[in-house]
Design a binder for this molecule. Structure first.
Ligand code: FES
Length: 386
C-alpha cells in the first residue's frame, strides 16, 4: 500500500541539484518530477509527458520549455503549459522552495493535467477487413536511377506475380519503395519500447513522410504481401532494410500492447541476384515477416542466381527475361499465397493469435498505463496520436 506523501518533499541539496539544468527527481520514490534550474531558480512540473508518458526530467531545456526526450513535446518549466499554440495541453506544476540548501517540492500539484484533443492518426483506426476478393500487394525494394529506368529482374518477376494474381480475380496494388520519400527509423524503440508507437512516431510527426502508404497497404488493405528484392552484398537491398526497420512499430505492438495489427496476412518473396546467398536473404525476410505476424504458404519464395562466378550481368538479365520457368514460378508463388489467404480468410487456419504473438515467453513487465501522482489519478494511455 502506498504511503501518503508529506506536504513538502525534500529532493536533495540545492548546491548539487543546481548543477544540472534539468533532471528527474522522485517524490516518495515513485512520483516522477521534472526539476529544472535556470539562474538558480528551481521549477518543478510532472515528469510524465502528456503524449505517451515520456520521462520529461530526462529531456532537455529549450529556453523556458522542457522538451520531452521521446517525441519532443514541450511544456513550460514553471507553469506546465504546452508550447505556444498548445497551451491547454498542460502537465501539473508543483511549488518549489529552498530552505537551508535543501530543495523542497510540494507533493500536491498546484495545477491539473489537461490533455488537448488530438484527432487520432488515420492509420490508428481499427483494422477491419472489408468484403471483397483477395487483395495482393507487391512491394518492390530495388533502387533505380530516377528518370532513367532499367530492366530489373526482381521487378520483372514481381510484375509477373501481380499479373498472375489479377488473372486469378484478385485486387492488386504495387508499391515501389524507390518512389517514396521516407525517413530511416530513428530508433524510438531504443529510447524505450513505449516510445515506439503505432502509428510510427515519425509518421505521426512528419506529414511529408510517405511510409504511411506502406502501413496503410500492409496493415489495412493487403491479404497477400509479395516482397521482391535484389541481392546486394549477400543481403536484401538497402531499401528493403530501410522499409522493414520502419515496420518495427508493427512488431512492437505485439510486444508492448499484445495488439495484433497483422491478421490473416500471407507473405511471399522474390529474390534475384547476380551472385548467391539466396537462402540467407530468404531466411531474414521470412524471419522478419513472421515476426510481424505473417504466415507463409509451402515454399514461400522463389529466387534466381547464377552464382559466384557469374559477373556477366547482361546475360543474367537476359536469362531472367527469357525464362518461362521463373515467370511461371512467380505466378505459382502468388497462387500458393492466394490459396493460403483463402484458407485464412475462411477460418480454416487459426484466427486467434497467441499472447504477444508468442514472441516472449516470459513476463516482459510492460504496462499500458503510467500512474500519475496521488491526487491526480489520470492515466496516460500509450496508444494515442500526438
Ligand atoms: S512527446 Fe513525450 S511521450 Fe511522446
Amino acid at each position: 500500500m502506498s504511503q501518503e506523501l508529506p506536504e513538502w518533499v525534500d529532493v536533495g541539496a540545492a548546491s548539487d541539484l543546481a548543477t544540472r539544468p534539468l533532471q528527474q527527481v522522485l517524490l516518495g520514490g515513485r512520483v516522477r518530477i521534472a526539476l529544472s534550474c535556470v539562474d538558480g531558480v528551481f521549477s518543478a512540473i510532472s515528469g510524465v509527458c502528456n503524449h505517451v508518458g515520456g520521462p520529461l526530467g530526462e529531456g532537455r531545456l529549450e529556453g523556458e520549455y522542457v522538451v520531452c526526450p521521446w517525441h519532443y513535446w514541450k511544456f513550460h518549466r514553471t507553469t506546465g503549459s504546452g508550447e505556444p499554440g498548445y497551451e491547454t495541453d498542460c502537465v501539473p506544476a508543483h511549488e518549489v522552495k529552498v530552505l537551508d540548501d535543501r530543495v523542497l517540492v510540494a507533493s500536491k500539484p498546484r495545477s491539473a493535467r489537461h490533455k488537448g484533443k488530438h484527432a487520432p492518426h488515420p492509420l490508428a483506426r481499427e483494422v477491419v477487413r472489408t468484403e471483397g476478393p483477395v487483395r495482393v500487394l507487391g512491394i518492390s525494394t530495388t533502387a533505380m536511377t530516377e528518370g532513367n529506368p532499367r530492366y530489373s529482374t526482381s521487378d520483372d518477376l514481381l510484375d509477373a506475380a501481380l499479373a498472375g494474381a489479377h488473372d486469378l480475380g484478385c485486387d492488386t496494388q504495387l508499391i515501389r519503395m524507390r518512389d517514396l520519400s521516407f525517413r530511416a527509423c530513428e530508433g524510438y524503440y531504443s529510447k524505450s519500447a513505449r516510445a515506439c508507437t503505432w502509428p510510427c512516431s515519425i509518421t505521426q510527426m512528419d506529414p511529408q513522410d510517405q511510409m504511411d502508404r506502406v502501413y496503410e497497404a500492409v496493415v489495412h488493405w493487403a491479404d497477400v504481401i509479395i516482397v521482391s528484392t535484389p541481392i546486394r552484398w549477400g543481403n536484401a537491398s538497402s531499401l528493403y532494410y530501410k522499409m522493414v526497420e520502419r515496420m518495427n512499430c508493427i512488431q512492437n505492438q505485439e510486444t508492448i500492447a499484445d495488439r495484433h495489427l497483422m491478421k490473416h496476412k500471407v507473405a511471399g518473396f522474390i529474390i534475384t541476384g547476380g551472385q548467391d546467398n539466396i537462402q540467407a536473404v530468404a531466411g531474414q525476410m521470412m524471419g522478419f515477416f513472421g515476426e510481424i505476424g505473417c504466415q507463409f504458404p509451402q515454399f514461400p519464395y522463389i529466387a534466381h542466381s547464377r552464382g559466384w562466378s557469374a559477373e556477366d550481368m547482361e546475360n543474367n538479365q537476359r536469362f531472367v527475361q527469357r525464362s518461362e520457368v521463373l515467370h511461371d514460378g512467380a505466378r505459382s508463388l502468388v497462387a500458393r499465397c492466394i490459396e493460403m489467404s483463402k484458407l485464412m480468410l475462411g477460418g480454416q487456419i487459426t484466427s486467434v493469435p497467441p499472447s504477444r504473438g508468442g514472441r516472449k515467453a516470459h513476463d516482459i513487465g510492460m504496462t499500458a498505463a503510467v500512474k500519475e501522482p496521488p491526487g491526480d489519478p489520470r492515466t496516460v494511455r500509450i496508444h494515442e496520436g500526438p
